[in-house]
Write a protein that binds this ligand. Sequence first.
Ligand SMILES: [Fe+2]
Length: 290
Amino acid sequence: MTIEPSIETPEETQQLVQADMASHSRRDFLKLASTGLGALLAMGTTLAVPALAEAKWFGKKPSASPVNQLETASVFDFVPAPVQAMDFSGVFGKTQGFSAKQLEAHYGLYKGYVGKYKTITEAIKALTPEQLSGANATYHPYRELLVEQSFALNGVLLHEAYFEALGGGSNTLPSPALKQLLTHHFGSWEGFTAHLVAAGKCMRGWAILAVNLRDGGLHWYGLDSHNQFSPMLTIPILVVDVYEHAYLLDFSTNREAYLTALMKTIDWGVVEQRLALAMEQKPATLGNKR
Ligand SMILES: [Fe+2]
């Protein structure tokens, strides 16, 4: 679609973006949900996580009360899908500016997180009530498992969100509507890219562009590790790994060179699909009291 040069209000910008996104072929939602990104979307809303995994209520406000929904749900609706590493070989083959050696080494780390998450999850399931009875906040095996579970799970989710949006091919530039939205939020396109590079240089683990379901806006967030400073109720649409393992083989310690190269191979089509899904989520539904 053609974007008019002058947009007066954020609402008009959003309407144009929605219309533009509707013209794109959307990736099957289940595929996106299966990346685990959907689960990351609603951290803190334990009811929504299994629902997202099954793509049952995603983007839809429950027509009945949650209690009624639960009464009609099958217990099998809440069985999480098996965790397994995703195949990004197709993406890596199109990731300009990054060597196969760099990407394969990084992918190996990701597979390690998948394995550890499985191990931790099984260990938690195996705990007996007797073993849980002595839990305390100074030291207890359950505490250690919960802490490392968040590290491993976010290690899986964040890497999947990162890898999936690489290798843009013909999508290495944002659509006019998406570019206009980002420009609107960050003052200019240069403002947006300056935030990307600065967030990437500031943080020790991750820089994340996300939709905040509380205020409906786009924000950059930063994590010093997978589970440190993780914002709740935000939907990541662009995830940037800034650990040195993500770029050391190709860019030595020059993180800015890495971020500059990364911007040239981002798949903005994926970012746009995520934004469309995020927009369907608004407003946040922490309950039905609004
Ligand atoms: Fe990484």
